[in-house]
Write a protein that binds this ligand. Structure first.
Ligand SMILES: *Cc1c(COP(=O)(O)O)cnc(C)c1O
Length: 423
């Protein structure tokens, strides 16, 4: 990413030194590059310019309202998967007519909120969910715009936890049952069929699974139209991978060129739901070395960010590049970079070659703009990090570091426990 470079020996995000941000906001913190976010969505807009389209950023990748607003300023919408994400998207000022709502377990409350907001479409994943939505729409006296999420049973060749389009997946409706599910949808009086949806997985590094899946969906669109179903919106999902280490995912343009013939043939309005490929490489997590520890079998660099801040290494065995914020040419050492959490699984990198680091120095964990802060927690009673948005030579805090009081928010010691106090 050209937005993260060494200038005068210090790692910068755009033209701001990460060390300067650390000085101001403390560590750990996430920094996102405004120009990287903007460039990425513009690459999508250019690549898909030949078809009418909407880029609905997958909010679960990075839900900060300033990030959502950055995409909204470029005409982007959002792919939401909960009432909470709906709330965030609306708070960011995204046009409700640019929101699509996915997820296998939408509750009636969540459906009701989304109907009130008047979103573009619900991506429905089962017949029970379809009837539930019909009931909710009936009580509001409206018709719910619906696409069915179809599972094309194509293997995306990615990590099993982020593969979502196979037969055994909890997501979507099997393609063999799709026509009958659409017929059910067409019979329900408060459902309006408007589209079709698929999303086969994440961190995809080949074009072929997209093409295979979308070719199957196009056949289905034609079959549905033959039954007078008005498929106007074709939501092709997200899933394009990024480079964390040495992966070589297709460029947005290459993916677009491979699928545009199918998309054009459909004459649909196309919806894209990229998450990782828009924000992943636009962010870093900056952490400070607390101690270094040399063992007989291993060397450790203990830092102030842990699996509660960035869980991907622990959860998916994911690789994140790590760079010293202050460029140095010291001897390389093979180390585990670990957090302060009381779990052996708490690491940011294992068996990694890094220049020798000293207590107090800063490290940048790269590619931390997606599935990073959004998956963070307060485990071990750790306040979650600050987030900042860098813009040229300036930055803004877009989420304050949590305080100790934030950790206790909503908790209470009931009176009955006061009564049991030993005096
Ligand atoms: C997670 C998800 C996305 C985004 O996936 P990326 O790999 O981050 O692009 C898009 N659509 C749906 C339905 C998802 O669940």
């Amino acid at each position: 990413m050209q937005e993260f470079t060494y200038q005068n020996g210090m790692l910068h995000c755009e033209d701001v030194s990460l060390a300067a941000i650390a000085e101001k906001v403390g560590t750990p913190f996430f920094a996102y590059s405004h120009s990287a976010l903007t460039d990425r969505i513009r690459a999508y807009k250019t690549a898909f310019a030949e078809v009418p389209h909407l880029i609905a950023f997958a909010v679960k990748a990075n839900a900060n309202i300033a990030v959502l607003k950055t995409f909204a300023n470029e005409g982007g919408g959002a792919d939401i998967v909960s009432g909470g994400e709906l709330h965030r998207a609306l708070a960011a000022g995204i046009d409700p007519k640019k929101l699509v709502f996915a997820g296998v377990g939408k509750t009636k409350q969540e459906m009701s909120a989304a109907l009130h907001a008047d979103i573009l479409m619900f991506n429905i994943e089962s017949s029970q969910e379809l009837t539930a939505l019909d009931e909710v729409a009936k009580t509001q006296g409206v018709k719910a715009p619906v696409a069915l999420r179809v599972n094309p049973d194509v293997n995306p060749n990615t990590h099993p936890y982020i593969s979502t389009g196979l037969k055994n997946s909890k997501f979507g409706i099997e393609i063999s049952k799709a026509v009958s599910e659409y017929q059910l949808a067409a019979r329900l009086s408060n459902i309006e069929v408007v589209g079709i949806h698929s999303h086969i997985g994440s961190q995809l590094t080949e074009v072929k699974p997209f093409v295979d899946a979308l070719a199957l969906i196009l056949e289905l669109i034609e079959a549905l139209r033959a039954q007078n179903m008005d498929i106007r919106h074709w939501d092709i999902g997200g899933g394009l991978g990024i480079t964390y280490e040495a992966e070589n995912p297709p460029l947005v343009k290459d993916m677009a060129d491979a699928i545009l013939p199918l998309l054009k043939k459909s004459a649909c309005h196309i919806i894209l739901e990229p998450g990782r490929s828009l924000s992943g490489n636009a962010g870093v997590l900056v952490t400070r070395v607390i101690y270094t520890k040399e063992g007989e079998a291993k060397n450790f660099v203990v830092v102030d960010a842990g699996m509660n801040d960035l869980v991907r290494p622990s959860f998916y065995q994911a690789y994140h590049a790590i760079r010293p914020v202050s460029e140095n040419h010291r001897v390389q050492q093979v180390v585990d970079v670990v957090g302060p959490i009381c779990e052996s699984g708490d690491f940011l990198a294992q068996e990694r070659s890094l220049p020798q680091m000293a207590s107090g120095e800063l490290l940048a964990v790269m590619s931390a703009g997606a599935y990073a802060f959004t998956m963070s927690s307060n485990y071990n009673a750790r306040p979650r990090p600050a987030e900042v948005l860098v813009h040229g030579d300036a930055f803004d805090i877009i989420r304050k570091r949590e305080t100790m009081d934030d950790l206790l928010r909503g908790e209470e010691i009931p009176d009955i426990l006061r009564k049991f106090e030993k005096v």
